[in-house]
Design a binder for this molecule. Structure first.
Ligand code: NAD
Length: 260
């Protein structure tokens, strides 16, 4: 369905981004991967995706907290593909701590990676989308774009920011065949969630098992983690032509969390 289209997925060496990248490749999209990891493992991933799905797959290691590195990523993608048809802003990090103890450098890193990087990628990708009169921007926000939790001040601020950015750019591009949406997942069991369990246990003074049962899954009426495949399927739907009238939307996929 996406045969011949090109897609850039930031933070696609792990978790949700990797799931979305693979789902897009399965539909025929050529890929630009990005993210951190062991270079040999990333090269193995790049060549496997190309082989399994018969698409061109490139990789760029840009640090999404660095505007110059992002500019280099966008230049490389545009040179490789001519234009980026599908932009998935997914790279993200988390840090859990009470605000008085929140490390200043973590605050800046979370705002830079989870919010500001999307400003840079979007503004570089839009001219090509406008020329083609077709484009899909999918921002991976969070249930934390809609509601807050304690001890996640930077993350909640960044995710609420990406919600606003999504709506503003959707309005600016609505007559150009471009849609801009945010997916707002609840808890998905990825390395990002796994890593925050010990800090949440410390911040709340409870055990790691209690964090999973009484904090993470307690937020979700379904009492189960959202799966990467479920988020990837929604992202693919948003890139389809049948989703042309969905723009500026903040779409929860959170097991009922934000319905409460
Ligand atoms: P993850 O840790 O598995 O993957 C994060 C990806 O981002 C990795 O590829 C990593 O290398 C990359 N990354 C991190 N910092 C980067 C940087 N400075 N530059 C370039 N790449 C960088 O995490 P995930 O859970 O898959 O998270 C992906 C997105 O989904 C994030 O934006 C996160 O906020 C969002 N999200 C996750 C959940 C969840 O429960 N896992 C829920 C809601 C939203």
């Amino acid at each position: 369905m996406l045969r011949g289209k090109t897609a850039l997925v930031t933070g696609s060496t792990s978790g949700i981004g990797l799931g979305i990248a693979e789902a897009l490749a399965k539909q025929g999209a050529h890929l630009m991967l990005n993210g951190f990891g062991d270079p040999d493992e990333i090269e193995a991933l790049r060549s496997r995706l190309a082989r399994d799905h018969g698409v061109t797959v490139h990789y760029h290691p840009a640090d999404m907290s660095d505007p110059e590195a992002i500019a280099a990523l966008m230049r490389t993608a545009l040179e490789a593909f001519g234009s980026i048809d599908i932009l998935v802003n997914n790279a993200g990090i988390q840090h859990v701590a009470p605000i008085e103890e929140f490390p200043v450098e973590k605050w800046h890193a979370i705002i830079a990676i989870n919010l500001v990087s999307s400003f840079h990628t979007i503004r570089a990708a839009l001219p090509g989308m406008k020329t083609k009169r077709w484009g899909r921007i999918v921002n991976i926000a969070s249930a934390h774009a809609l509601v807050a939790s304690p001890y996640k001040s930077a993350y909640v601020a960044a995710k609420h920011g990406i919600a606003g950015l999504t709506k503003a750019v959707a309005l600016e591009t609505a007559e150009h065949g471009i849609t801009v949406n945010a997916i707002c997942p609840g808890y998905v069991f990825t390395p990002l969630v796994e890593r925050q369990i010990p800090d949440t246990a410390k911040a709340r003074g409870i055990t790691e098992e209690e964090v999973v049962k009484n904090v993470l899954l307690a937020a979700q009426p379904t009492r189960r983690f959202v799966t990467i495949a479920e988020v990837a399927a929604l992202a693919c739907y948003l890139t389809s032509d049948m989703a042309a009238s969905i723009t500026g939307a903040l779409l929860p996929i959170d097991g009922g969390w934000t319905a409460q």
